[in-house]
Design a protein around this ligand. Structure first.
Ligand code: GLY
Length: 375
């Protein structure tokens, strides 16, 4: 079953190369085609990642040619400093230039990725000891704000440490991960999307949300970013607190799922016939749980539970949420949500959902693990 789903996915990616003509898919509009960008948002790395995954799976040079083209676009973006003053540099460059380095051992791609790591490092705020997610330094609202999504940006810094031996990259990443663990993960294993600190001294202020149902709710995609992000911080640091955080978040995630094993957009949102899903949250959680399981002994009491949950979620995504063999849609997954709260693409394709869906399928079928770390 996974093989057929992968074959359908990579076929659609190939058709989309011709449809996008060098632009980048972002989120679907009104249940239809993707809005395309000129590499100016936080999401463009996912299209690169889809191309690199498709190339690794098929060996077809058409994917590689398109993927290399995206890396050139990322080089231009860095040279011209186009919308890079945010923390999502890890999403952008891990799946584009870092992927090219991992697959091709291309030195210029490695150098570009190291430059990107330095851009991300500029978001570190030493007084508060955190990576500021959004807005300029000194921003009155966001100056001391972290968000759980940032855990997926940290691998770029850990990787830069491995490449250069300069400890500053790893220290910053590990300190940020620990702050995220202490303040974003709650006692019942749910999570805040964001947390505010005093930018002058790092004193904790309060938890909150940006895309979730309410400040104290658990935005399902945030919980999924945490599952995967803490597992990756464990891989790079061997700090068992990160592994435990990932495991706890994963248990909570699967214990809250509805009958069809695919998440609604927020675990605290009232459920009725109108409640939106976020298929991307389940795709991220599946890929992240497969990473988590890499670090658990198969005799661990949760190992079999997680294996079963990932299989059930992925089966439901394939059978109930994928676009399958229908030739028309651009996206791989239906029923993702960008921001239900903000009314932005609440029931649409979202490009990160497509990326993690294919990554999870390829982890299960082929042992390909994406580009968050070198094997
Ligand atoms: N990282 C932004 C989002 O998940 O919507």
């Amino acid at each position: 079953m996974w093989k057929q789903a992968i074959d359908e996915a990579v076929s659609r990616v190939k058709v989309n190369i011709g449809r996008y003509k060098g632009q980048f898919p972002h989120v679907g509009i009104d249940g239809g085609d993707y809005q395309l960008t000129h590499n100016t948002d936080w999401t463009e790395g996912f299209w690169s990642g889809l191309l690199w995954l498709s190339y690794e799976y098929t060996g077809d040079e058409a994917y590689k040619k398109a993927a290399v083209g995206t890396v050139e676009s990322f080089r231009n973006r860095l040279e011209k400093n186009i919308n890079l003053d945010h923390h999502d540099i890890g999403f952008l460059y891990s799946l584009s230039s870092k992927a090219q380095w991992i697959i091709e051992q291309d030195e210029s791609a490695r150098q570009l990725t190291l430059q990107a790591a330095d851009v991300l490092l500029k978001r570190w705020r030493p007084e508060a000891k955190l990576i500021q997610a959004w807005g300029p330094q000194g921003d009155p609202v966001n100056g001391g704000r972290i968000i759980i999504d940032c855990l997926m940006n940290l691998p770029l810094l850990y990787w830069a440490y491995e490449q250069t031996g300069d400890p500053k990259y790893k220290e910053v990443a590990a300190l940020h991960a620990e702050k995220s663990r202490r303040f974003l993960v709650r006692g019942d294993d749910s999570s805040y999307h964001t947390f505010y600190f005093d930018p002058a001294n790092g004193n904790a202020i309060r938890g909150g949300t940006a895309q979730g149902y309410e400040d104290g709710s658990t935005w399902t995609r945030g919980q999924a970013w945490g599952i995967y992000g803490f597992a990756l911080s464990y891989r790079y640091t061997n700090n068992v607190k990160f592994l435990e955080a990932s495991r706890r978040l994963a248990r909570y995630f699967y214990e809250q799922l509805p009958r069809d094993r695919v998440a609604y957009w927020d675990f605290s949102a009232p459920v009725n016939a109108e409640t939106k899903r976020d298929s991307s949250a389940s795709a991220i959680a599946a890929a992240g749980t497969l990473e988590l399981m890499e670090h658990l002994e198969s005799s661990h009491p949760d190992y079999g539970y997680f294996a079963g949950q990932v299989t059930q979620s992925m089966r439901s995504l394939v059978e109930n949420y994928s676009t399958g063999s229908d030739p028309q849609p651009q996206g791989l997954l239906k029923r993702g949500s960008y921001s239900v709260r903000g009314g932005a693409s609440p029931d649409d394709h979202v490009i990160w959902g497509d990326y993690y869906y294919l990554e999870a399928l390829l982890r299960m079928e082929k042992g390909l693990k994406g580009y968050w770390y070198e094997k």
